[in-house]
Design a protein around this ligand. Sequence first.
Ligand code: ATM
Ligand code: MG
Length: 227
Amino acid sequence: MSPAQALPEQKILDFLKQKTVVETSGVGFIIGIEGIDAAGKRTQSSLLRSWLIRRGIRTEILSFPDYTTHLGMELKKFLAGERDYSPHLSHILFAANRWEKRETIENYLSHGKVVIVDRYTESNLVYGVANGLPLDWLVNLEEGLPKASLVLVLDAPTGKLFDRRGHLKDRYEGDLTLQERARKTYLELAGRFGWVVINADEGSQSVQMSIVKAVSQHLSVKTGQTI
Ligand code: ATM
Ligand code: MG
């Protein structure tokens, strides 16, 4: 069944559960899951991983910032307000944190795996621009890292998501105007760079359906198979 086809509601669940084995050997690529705080990136990344694995597609999942590395631990302190770095320096650190994982990512890709990343390069472009930094300077920091071939931006009204997070907010999560600028920048850059905007102001199953449709289309292009 073509995922692009409009599906009756009752078929959605079946479609999500459907098992189809897809041959993707040698077709490693990155899917970036993006969006402002509390948009559902972690939940949707893990649902997508299960969906791909059920289809026999070898899939890895990574998340940035990766707080387990040296620089990641420093970023954790920065976000907790225990370190003060200028916008330039903090965004260099966010990018350098990806450079720490470059070999891991390249290794996955060379084994033909699909790599889902919960925030990647695009987060630094968006939050960097939202913090007043030039886009071309931010792009240069990422030059030489593997690029995402599909970027999905989970989008929902900032205020709603801000409330969803509750009261335990870090330096960025607690800054509503930063999140608003980030949402606006995500939408602007999506138009410019061809990122796919997903309406995330819905139940997680509907959001998953939209994501699966976009990923199926991308997989069809990559593998020449209809999923
Ligand atoms: P997480 O909450 O997803 O761990 O990310 C922490 C913050 O880091 C996030 N802010 N909010 N809300 C976005 C920001 N960030 C960057 O500015 N650049 C990056 O490259 C990454 C990966 C995250
Ligand atoms: Mg956060």
